[in-house]
Design a protein around this ligand. Structure first.
Ligand SMILES: Nc1ncnc2c1ncn2[C@@H]1O[C@H](COP(=O)(O)OP(=O)(O)OP(=O)(O)O)[C@@H](O)[C@H]1O
Length: 296
């Protein structure tokens, strides 16, 4: 088996507000890959991450990480969450309320490990000034950054992130996406990230799994999932109408009406003659055109 391949094949019964929903997921992620898990609310995304972390036991199936079996219901193998070298950030952040920011990070450190990593992480998530504050003295976005830093303290083999950047403003989201990408390259961990943000998926993920009603409905690279060859598939494009257009830092910033909401898009400057107020447009969202960015 390949080194540290994450190999999951599970079945589980989800207890939803509308009754029972069978969940059935098979997923493989190579070491060092970044996998986005997306899909509608209630599809089972958080449950899947909790199963991988060992916090929910699936009814049937296995979860393997390289040669180590974390879970196998056939022969009742179960490795506790503490033994899986996983960092996770869940939606509730789960910070210790009585500990300061720094103490929350120190608590996650292995005995005997160098404490320098705590200061490095605090700097990276721009929280050095707030290191002595308690979680309740922080904003939601700041708590999210503490949770992210804490998840990285032990240099995990696998990082599980449940909408980890959702409470952050655009600048901080981009900053942390870049930081995570850099850190991932350096440390080589595998990352599973639950996100609804198309920009985040294209910027970060090698693979996307779309989970709907407990099952994977689509999978592939971001381009394969969102930009299929079929021209008639309306998922491949963003339709909109230009409201206004300004030039900023050698880019065109378009305010546009997209699916009944006002969004901002950053485009290469040479598009200025096309994107005039009042015009409709179809934008292909693609890794091949990295200058195109959906800002908000
Ligand atoms: N341990 C569990 N066992 C069975 N069912 C569960 C369990 N945990 C959650 N559920 C139910 O499974 C469904 C899916 O929940 P889950 O939180 O995994 O969805 P999600 O895709 O992450 O949604 P969201 O995007 O809103 O966070 C919900 O109806 C939930 O009540």
């Amino acid at each position: 088996m390949s080194d540290k391949l994450l190999d999951i094949s599970i079945r589980h019964t989800l207890q939803t507000a509308h009754g029972i929903l069978p969940m059935e997921v098979s997923l493989r992620a190579e070491k060092g890959s970044i996998v986005a898990i997306t899909g509608p609310s209630g599809a089972g995304k958080t449950t899947l991450l909790r199963q991988i972390a060992g916090l929910v036991i699936p009814d049937f199936g296995h979860i393997k990480f390289g040669n180590v079996i974390w879970q196998n219901t056939d022969n009742k193998i179960f490795q506790s969450p503490q033994l899986r070298n996983i960092g996770f950030v869940f939606q509730d952040y789960a910070l210790f309320p009585h500990l300061s920011v720094r103490e929350n990070l120190l608590f996650a450190l292995k005995k005997g490990d160098n404490e320098d990593i705590v200061d490095e992480l605090l700097t990276s998530v721009e929280l050095t000034q707030l290191a002595d504050r308690k979680p309740h003295q922080l904003s939601g976005g700041q708590q999210q950054r503490v949770a992210l830093a804490r998840a990285l303290v032990r240099k995990p083999d696998l990082l599980l992130l449940d909408e980890p950047l959702s409470s952050l403003d655009h600048r901080m989201r981009l900053h942390l996406q870049e930081y995570l990408l850099k850190l991932q390259k350096y440390l080589g961990f595998t990352m599973l990230i639950v996100t609804h943000d198309l920009g985040e998926i294209f910027r970060m993920a090698n693979q996307v799994f779309v989970l709907e009603n407990g099952k994977i409905s689509k999978q592939g690279s971001p381009s394969e999932v969102y930009l299929p060859e079929n021209e008639n598939n309306d998922q491949l494009a963003i339709y909109g109408e230009v409201l206004s257009c300004t030039i900023m830092d050698d880019h065109l910033i378009i305010s546009a009406l997209i699916q009944q909401s006002v969004r901002k898009i950053k485009l290469p400057l040479h598009w200025h003659s096309e994107m005039l107020p009042g015009r409709s447009f179809v934008l292909r969202y693609s890794m091949d055109i990295p200058q195109i960015e959906l800002i908000s």
